[in-house]
Ligand binder design. Structure first.
Ligand code: R5P
Length: 295
């Protein structure tokens, strides 16, 4: 098996090369003057199976085009592409028509993989529990929270999901440590985007709690959950979030909330320097274990 790396975070790229022991496909990328992308595969790939590891963030739209250009170019050279690895599955939050007239974005962006005969999409903590039916091929969803907590070397007594719909994350991490878990009720106004997280009576007095989630964008969800936990008497509050997109002001929002530590992964490339209370865990070992399994 060969590996084509496209835009993934440098540490993940190095980690995948080291841990998976796959030969790297070399490629040339450029932009035409009108903004269209150009890709050329430079390695010999004929009759080989190539895993395409494609970042989908930042620049989600151009990354989606890059993915399909790369697959087509590889197939044009008689390679097969049975597995695509997308560490952060952009466009996955819109997994239903919340309001009349909206698209199911995750279907629109990823269902064409089937037309290219891709058999398996490996992702890290996609927003919905199971998007295989929408994408139309097998989607392997790696949940990294328990792994990240172990790598961070912290001890947790309780795991919290900031949203009932995301309880599977809390449940899976809680099982790994034999601790209790629960959820908060989160409501998002689909028109304004404003979120409300309702307080709840949880038994977390003096406990070290880990809030687990898929994404931090503005930091609002984690900050609200953190405040509720401190009001209930929690000792330390950690956030364990797979994809820290960290949009503008999120660091300030999280810092004001008094989060003990944010533990995230190298699923995305970030433009900002992370403060010392943020730990980035390398996912390459977890991902390679999955890639080694045949599709
Ligand atoms: C939404 O449902 C996701 O699971 C995350 O909770 C959300 O994207 C976090 O966004 P923010 O950091 O802006 O609150």
């Amino acid at each position: 098996m060969l590996l084509l790396l496209s835009g993934v975070a440098e540490s993940l790229s190095h980690g995948l090369q080291k841990s998976c022991g796959l030969e790297i496909v070399s490629s040339h990328h450029k932009l035409f003057p009108d903004g269209e992308q150009y890709i050329r595969i430079l390695s010999e790939v004929r009759d080989r199976d190539v895993v395409v590891a494609q970042s989908m963030y930042p620049n989600q739209d151009s990354k989606a085009v890059e993915l399909y250009l790369a697959i087509e170019a590889l197939q044009g050279l008689q390679a097969t592409v049975s597995t695509v690895l997308i560490p952060y599955m952009a466009y996955a939050r819109q997994d239903k028509r919340f309001l009349k007239g909206e698209p199911i974005s995750v279907k629109a962006i990823y269902a064409p993989l089937r037309l290219f005969n891709v058999k398996r999409l490996v992702v890290v903590d996609t927003h919905s529990h199971d998007v295989s039916a929408l994408v139309g091929i097998e989607v392997v969803n790696i949940l990294p929270h328990a792994y990240a907590i172990k790598k961070a070397g912290i001890s947790v007594d309780f795991i919290l999901s900031p949203d009932r719909g995301a309880l599977h994350r809390a449940e899976s991490a809680a099982k790994a440590f034999g601790v209790s878990f629960d959820y908060l009720d989160k409501f998002r106004d689909r028109v304004t985007g404003e979120i409300k997280v309702s307080p709840k009576d949880l038994d977390v007095r003096n406990a070290n709690v880990a809030i687990v989630d898929d994404i931090i964008s503005t930091g609002g969800t984690i900050a609200k959950a953190c405040q509720i936990l401190y009001d209930l008497g929690a000792n330390k509050v950690y956030a364990v979030v797979s994809h820290a997109l960290l949009s503008e002001k999120s660091i300030e929002v999280l810092s004001k909330a008094g989060l003990t530590k944010l533990i995230t992964t190298n699923s995305v490339k970030r433009q900002i320097n992370l403060p010392e209370w943020v730990l980035e865990v390398d996912l390459s070992e977890l991902i390679c274990n999955e890639l080694r399994r045949a599709p």
